[in-house]
Design a protein around this ligand. Structure first.
Ligand SMILES: C[S@@+](CC[C@H](N)C(=O)[O-])C[C@H]1O[C@@H](n2cnc3c(N)ncnc32)[C@H](O)[C@@H]1O
Length: 202
């Protein structure tokens, strides 16, 4: 299917289509759709730190979910995806399964991440933040989830460049001013206008 045909698919059809693609084609399609290779960067970073306990905030059509579930399967870990949109969870779950991914390495949680975290107890190796991209939300997510990140664990945040005012990056900067044991690295892939940032606990 070419790009024009893909853009005519309904959302459930498109979700089923992308998760059925072989990995390299999945990455190429994610690039066509979003104009960025953030999915492969995310995958490589997660592999690099041998992440096992992985949490993602915000799933939508599950591009990041696919990449992080692949890591969980390869590392013998587990992915937890937290999403407010009730429709997205079964759609993505079915598509991942029929695309050949092993969803026994995955737990989908329906809910607001700032509510879910109130009862969260598990240590986290890698947290991926990709929800509302507002200043307040990002700051609250960092405050709430960072306490579960293990030593040398990481947080990756999408959309650090998004205007107006690059609010995700502003929240990161303000949070880091109060959390001096973290370092920040811009890991935005080439030609990506959205921005990808990595926080690492020293
Ligand atoms: C940019 S999309 C996520 C894209 C996904 N990470 C990917 O790479 O394919 C943002 C998603 O975050 C969800 N969301 C927004 N606020 C949320 C919250 N407070 N808790 C959990 N999910 C949230 C939205 O419903 C939406 O599906």
């Amino acid at each position: 299917m070419d790009g024009a045909e893909l853009d005519k698919l309904s959302l459930p059809e498109y979700i089923r289509y992308i998760h059925g693609l072989p990995w390299e084609e999945f990455i190429t399609e994610a690039f066509r759709k979003s104009g960025t290779f953030y999915v492969s960067t995310l995958y490589e970073k997660a592999l690099e730190i041998k992440a096992k306990a992985i949490v993602e905030l915000g799933m939508m059509i599950g591009q990041s979910t696919h990449a992080l579930l692949k890591v969980a399967m390869e590392n013998g870990g587990h992915l937890y995806s937290i999403e407010t949109n009730r429709d997205s969870l079964p759609l993505v779950g079915e598509a991942l399964k029929s695309g050949g991914l092993d969803t026994s390495f995955w737990t989908a949680i329906h809910g607001d991440d700032l509510e879910v975290v109130k009862t969260w107890v598990k240590p986290i190796d890698l947290l991926f933040v990709d929800t509302l991209h507002t200043y307040e939300q990002t700051l609250n997510e960092l405050k709430a989830y960072s306490k579960f990140i293990v030593e040398h664990g990481i947080i990756i945040l999408h959309d650090t460049y998004v205007e107006p005012s690059r609010l995700v990056k502003k929240a990161i900067d303000d949070w880091m001013n109060l959390n001096r044991d973290w370092t920040y690295e811009d890991i935005t892939p080439h030609n990506d206008g959205w921005g990808l940032g990595l926080l690492k606990r020293r």
